[in-house]
Design a protein around this ligand. Structure first.
Ligand SMILES: [Mg+2]
Length: 235
């Protein structure tokens, strides 16, 4: 028996292009971190869309002629976190919350049956900096969440977040009651691979058609219809 106030659904939000836009700062952080970590100029950033930071870092290191060893990876991780820590205020003034995102988080936070966290490719420390900078962390449980430094494969992040939620809340969420919300075909693929629900939002580079083609049955153009989103999650 589930008590009336016990959370029944675990909603896991992607961050970039779903809740917020960094507006060029993600790339600039690599432009600062590569020289800081390796004393060589920044050349090129790997494609970042929907990928985990560990995945992006491995390819970006190779694009700089650096073997992605554990040592090189952790050097770049540390330099990236430093860049975000130093650039915290700049991020707060340049980044934007996407239309409807704050309202959606607020509405779901008021639903006693819903527990909200993040499932993001961002490093844990960076995710926190981004969310705090825009005042979104208050709606989210950053413990029952998973991050780009937990695993390079996004689909693996689903099990990690679910396990953390089970531990923290002493509740096992059913696969059907776990909902990912994200903006890329990689978010959709992660949900399909892990066997959980997904709501795709076309607020990034992928169109509604792209996201349907990736296998999402529930696709929104944006997060502006708060009541519609809440209904979609509760259905
Ligand atoms: Mg995203």
């Amino acid at each position: 028996m589930i008590a009336p106030n016990e959370p029944r659904q675990l909603v896991l939000w992607d961050i970039d292009h779903t809740l917020l836009q960094s507006r060029g700062m993600g790339r600039e952080m690599y432009e600062r971190a590569i020289p800081a970590a390796f004393g060589q100029p920044f050349r090129q950033l790997a494609d970042v869309s929907g990928r985990t930071e560990l995945d992006i870092i491995a390819e970006t290191l190779k694009l700089h002629g650096i073997e992605p060893t554990d040592e090189a990876t952790s050097k770049l991780v540390d330099a990236l976190i430093d860049s975000y820590e130093v650039g915290r205020d700049e991020f707060a003034s340049r980044a934007r919350v996407l239309p409807g995102a704050r309202e959606a988080l607020t509405a779901l936070a008021a639903e006693p049956t819903v527990h909200q966290g993040v499932l993001t490719g961002n490093l844990r420390a960076v995710a926190r900096i981004k969310l705090v900078a825009l005042g979104l962390e208050q709606f989210l449980d950053l413990v029952t969440s998973s991050y780009g430094d937990d695993h390079a494969d996004r689909a693996e992040l689903v099990a990690i977040a679910r396990e953390r939620a089970a531990q923290q809340l002493d509740t096992q969420f059913h696969l059907d009651d776990t909902v990912l919300i994200g903006d890329t075909p990689r978010d959709v693929a992660a949900a399909l691979t892990a066997g959980v629900q997904v709501i795709a939002v076309a607020s990034g580079r992928s169109s509604v058609e792209d996201l349907h083609a990736a296998g999402a049955s529930k696709v929104l153009a944006d997060l502006k219809d708060t009541a519609g989103l809440v209904q979609l999650i509760k259905d």
